[in-house]
Write a protein that binds this ligand. Structure first.
Ligand SMILES: Nc1ncnc2c1ncn2[C@@H]1O[C@H](COP(=O)(O)OP(=O)(O)OP(=O)(O)O)[C@@H](O)[C@H]1O
Ligand SMILES: [Mg+2]
Length: 464
């Protein structure tokens, strides 16, 4: 049986403990004491039997004798530590030497008990080890949830290309600037880059630059000292410091004030900064991913965005397409959200008719994937007894607008094929020129304004 598929006990069960010792007397007395404390116990007499049992059952703590016939305690410990969701292991030794203790600790043993066992010490150690196992498992579970949170749905060509680009760029540590209309999944892309990067075990910290008032953003990013401005009642750690070792996601970076931009630029250049009101410089190692739904070059020409910061952030540009230009993904998204939301609301997954899907595919989705998710959530909530949704269940706006538009059909006409080719080509040139529209226009032999209009027509993310 594969160790990954070992059954987990329901959380409500009493913690259960596995005793591994070749002396029947120890097994029996330990089992008795632990049962009196309300623990569930199992006992085996060898390392092999312990590993066999772990394939069938999950434990919260293992008490493992060092001297065992066959595979000894240290070998068994090494095998246990290779299992997914392994419990903490407390080693029991009758002839404890420093050397074995060091080896066991290196192999990941939680702690040591020496024979003859002190009941009090044994019980305290077990209690702490159980807590530690539970924390480790919770942690693993959260990490898994975070990973599923960064799963990017979509089989269309632009989404496949995006996934490829993420896989390629995520491990490089390069700064990424994500362009895309509102609701296209920019934050999800940022999460996915972090989850596939070398920093995946470190923190992912997000700052929404558009949502934080101008006078607070500097303190939010860099932290402040107590009393450095009215309202600074205590010292505060900034997001750059919180993200140390990990990734900082600057959402809507185009909304940052020029003053904050210059401080961010300095921090990116020097990898260090000074909190508001402090003389102390803090050094950090942070990968910055930024996102915007604005045309930053336009903002630069208007004097709202620093050109030097733009080049710092825009090392690797990512373009998340609007839902309109990948509407072939709509059936997949719809079924994905129906399933996800049914699970959230604890209901059975519901179906949706082809007619309804047709309407959804013809609607223009100004709010992109977020709007689609909201629409599905709304129909799931509003129609609790419906087992199969039809076009009439859709919100009036979506229904009316989606029914009026001509079906888009497959990419079978010359016109559509040309659009698709142009789009790919422009994206490629934008990519080669690090997202710089002016330079891409020059290479393509177009006026910048012409390229800008073309990008809009082809649904390549630019400010509306
Ligand atoms: N490819 C995708 N697969 C699965 N879910 C997606 C996808 N794209 C977007 N979503 C979902 O759509 C919603 C909006 O995505 P997200 O917040 O990442 O968009 P955004 O571009 O950051 O939006 P905004 O510009 O408004 O901040 C989220 O619930 C997200 O999980
Ligand atoms: Mg966002």
């Amino acid at each position: 049986m594969c160790p990954n598929s070992r059954p987990q006990l329901p959380a409500c069960n009493m913690p259960n403990i596995l005793i591994v010792d070749d002396e029947a007397g120890i097994r029996e007395s330990l089992a008795g004491i632990l049962a009196d404390e309300g623990y569930t116990t199992s006992a085996v007499e060898s390392g092999e039997a312990c590993l066999d049992l772990l394939e069938k059952q999950s434990f919260d703590v293992i008490l493992l004798d060092i001297w065992l016939p066959g595979a000894d305690g240290l070998d068994t410990l090494a095998r246990i530590r290779e299992l997914e969701n392994a419990p903490e292991v407390i080693m029991i030794s009758g002839h404890g030497t420093i050397e074995t203790a060091v080896r066991a600790t290196k192999l990941g043993a939680y702690d040591f008990l020496e024979k003859p066992l002190s009941i009090e010490k044994t019980l305290i150690l077990i209690k702490n080890a159980i807590e530690s196992t539970q924390l480790l498992r919770e942690n693993a579970e959260l990490k898994k949830q975070l990973q599923t949170k960064s799963v990017i749905v979509g089989d269309s060509i632009p989404m496949k290309a995006l996934r490829q680009q993420i896989a390629l760029m995520a491990p490089t540590n390069g700064r990424v600037l994500i362009y895309g209309e509102s609701g296209t999944g920019k934050e999800l892309v940022a999460h996915a880059i972090h989850a596939q990067s070398l920093r995946k075990d470190q923190t992912f910290v997000e700052v929404n630059c558009a949502a934080i008032p101008e006078d607070l953003i500097e303190s939010e990013l860099f932290g402040h000292c107590k009393g450095s401005f009215p309202g600074a009642a205590s010292d505060k750690e900034g997001k750059f410091q919180k993200a140390n070792g990990g990734t900082l996601f600057l959402d809507e970076v185009g909304d940052m004030s020029l003053k904050t931009q210059s401080k961010v630029l300095r921090t990116l250049e020097e990898q260090r900064f000074t909190p508001v009101g402090s003389d102390e410089t803090i050094t950090v190692d942070v990968r910055v991913i930024a996102s915007t739904n604005k045309d930053l070059e336009e903002e630069i020409s208007r004097g709202n965005f620093r050109e030097d910061l733009f080049y710092r952030l825009n090392v690797i540009p990512f373009f998340v397409p609007s839902l309109r230009e990948r509407n072939e993904d709509i059936p997949l998204f719809t079924r994905h959200f129906l399933k996800e939301l049914a699970a959230t609301y604890g209901r059975r997954p519901r179906e949706i008719s082809d007619d309804a899907i047709d309407v959804l595919m013809r609607y223009s989705w100004p709010g992109n994937v977020r709007e689609l998710r909201n629409v599905i959530e709304r129909i799931v909530i509003m129609n609790p007894t419906t087992t199969k949704f039809d076009a009439k269940h859709l919100p009036p706006l979506v229904y009316r607008d989606g029914s009026r538009r001509a079906p888009r059909g497959e990419f079978s006409t010359l016109h559509q094929a040309r659009d698709a080719y142009e789009r790919d080509y422009i994206l490629k040139k934008l990519d080669e020129n690090h997202g710089n529209i002016s330079r891409a226009a020059e290479v393509l032999g177009l006026e910048r304004s012409h390229l800008y209009r073309k990008m809009k027509t082809l649904g390549i993310a630019v400010k509306e």
